[in-house]
Design a protein around this ligand. Structure first.
Ligand SMILES: *Cc1c(COP(=O)(O)O)cnc(C)c1O
Length: 525
């Protein structure tokens, strides 16, 4: 048995398999293969390459030259390949199955996007290259920006933010600059209770005080509750629409009107834009700034936190404050504006990033947009909404809908009251889904309902795939109601790893491998 330093958070229940008959000599289960750390399988004395000692080369490192062995594990090419392929097989991915995470839009990443992004003219450009050598790249940024402006009905776009949360920061900094330019001192930002945590975090980061708008019993924001909080101290409202309960805010236009009448700005969290592309233009609803997560709406990969892109569209009232650099359509085509060459009217609040944004994501997003066309983008949104409502219709008699009176948009929210009295917790239910080969949906978010289960199937799932997903969840709910606790309390039983001590993994991560003392290692053998 390897000493498993890479997995110290393996919990006790892994030691005693539910079905001892399933324990294997290797630790593999069927084609589900165990894999140790490179340091545990590699040997220091082995190297994957075999180069002759260079002759006649004098080291210029002097006293800085390393005197001890570098101590990296050596592996052959096949060993290295197997290591990474085995690890990749332990991941659940959008390319391996339905990924029902709500508020994330884990949609298919078309291979056409990947092909376009790998074209040398896009993949190999360097941000420090003279601008005159990359007119095509500048044009691509400009063209994507034009689509985003057109689809949202806004005036300007800042392309450089590198994630949704970074886009929020950009939009709120533009709002802060606009308020300063008006000579006002507004320092309060209103955020509904159901908001994503990044909203209040963004506002607080740049010095705003956050006031929470209480949730209405039906999961929507009450314009009267907003009006009660508005005053000369309010800088902006940050509102997600469709909201994090998957509901289109029925009073969004009236809220925008009230916010503007009070001299404040309307920041829209555009994470759920996937539900309404081609149907509603946020600019028409009175939005002043909105980020667009290209990885949620325009099919670029969710890169585990990066490399992302979260462009921000801005209304007429905020356009002048857009950060540099930006792309402008000039006499001779698209040009990159870095600052000093901005229009006299421009008052950029500054710069969000060193360069121009994530080129690879821009290429993918534009490839998605152009391959769908305006009608295809609209159809994708309609299909995403249809898929979510199909799942809702297939489950609503067995699971509990906290807001049955509102239709769902691209995601459907259940709460855990259907599990009441079964002895199965929301977490148990999620873990049992893993045994069935599904990544769980978004759990315990939004916070406004008890034990939230937020499901977003997206437009890319077939009816057969949705039917199997619905049938699986129905089977699980019936098992819970029948009292088949074994299926839940020890779940996942069939995954490569069982329940981990996630708190310990987060609080006390083991980031460095320590070579075991030889004597101790021998004693263990
Ligand atoms: C995903 C999300 C964000 C943050 O976006 P990132 O791209 O992950 O930074 C903000 N708000 C909502 C509602 C989201 O779903």
């Amino acid at each position: 048995m390897l000493n498993n330093q890479g997995r110290p958070t393996t919990p006790a229940n892994d030691a005693a398999p539910v079905d001892a008959g399933r324990a294997t000599f290797t630790g593999n289960r069927g084609l589900d293969l165990e894999e140790a750390l490179l340091f545990e399988i590699g040997r220091r004395e082995v190297t994957g390459v075999d180069l002759p000692e260079p002759e006649g080369v004098k080291s210029r490192l002097g006293a800085h030259a390393r005197k001890t062995a570098i101590d990296l594990p050596g592996l052959s090419e096949p060993e290295t390949m197997r290591h990474y392929v085995r690890l990749s097989r332990q991941n659940y991915a959008i390319d391996s199955g339905l990924y029902p995470l709500g508020s994330c839009t884990m949609k298919h990443n078309p291979r056409l996007n990947e092909k376009a992004a790998r074209l040398a003219g896009f993949a190999d450009v360097h941000p420090l290259q003279p601008v005159s050598t990359v007119p095509g790249a500048i044009e691509l940024i400009g063209e994507l920006g034009d689509w985003l402006i057109e689809l949202t009905g806004m005036k300007a776009v800042a392309m450089s933010p590198k994630a949704g949360a970074h886009g929020e920061l950009c939009g709120m900094m533009a709002i802060k600059a606009a308020i300063k330019a008006r000579g006002e001192a507004r320092d309060v930002v209103l955020v509904p209770e159901s908001a994503h945590g990044t909203n209040p975090a963004t506002a607080a980061l740049i010095g705003f005080k956050v006031k929470t708008i209480p949730a209405r019993a039906d999961g929507t924001v009450d314009v009267e509750a907003v009006k009660a909080l508005l005053g000369p101290d309010v800088a902006a409202i940050m509102l997600t629409n469709p909201n994090t309960c998957g509901i289109f805010e029925p009073e969004v236009a009236a809220i925008a009107e009230a916010v503007h009448a009070a001299g404040a700005y309307f920041y829209a969290d555009g994470a759920n834009f996937n539900a309404i592309v081609g149907k509603v233009r946020p600019g028409d609803l009175g939005v002043d700034a909105m980020h667009i997560n290209l990885h949620k709406t325009f099919s670029t990969p969710h890169g585990g936190g990066g490399p992302g892109a979260g462009p921000v569209v801005l209304s007429e009232r905020l356009a002048a404050f857009a950060p540099v650099p930006f792309v402008r359509k000039g006499e001779t085509g698209f040009e990159l504006v870095e600052g000093s060459d901005a229009d006299a009217a421009a008052q950029p609040f500054g710069r969000m990033t060193a360069f121009h944004g994530q080129m690879g994501m821009f290429v993918r997003a534009l490839a998605f947009i152009l391959s769908h066309g305006a009608d295809g983008l609209k159809l994708a949104s309609e299909t995403a909404v249809l898929s979510a409502n199909y799942v809702r219709a297939g489950l609503q008699d067995l699971m509990s809908l906290p807001f049955p009176d509102h239709p769902s948009m691209h995601e459907v929210l259940f709460d855990d009251s259907f599990l009441e009295g079964t002895g199965v917790t929301t977490l148990d239910f999620a873990k049992a889904m893993i045994d069935e080969g599904y990544h769980p949906m978004t759990m315990y978010f939004p916070l406004v309902v008890h034990g939230a289960l937020l499901i977003e199937p997206t437009e890319s799932e077939s009816k057969a795939s949705l039917d199997l997903f619905v049938a699986t969840l129905r089977d699980l709910v019936l098992a819970a109601k029948r009292g088949d606790l074994a299926r839940f309390q020890d779940a996942p039983r069939f995954a490569p790893r069982r329940r981990l001590d996630e708190t310990r993994a987060a609080r006390a991560p083991v980031l460095k491998w320590e070579r075991p003392e030889p004597a101790v290692a021998q004693a263990a053998e």
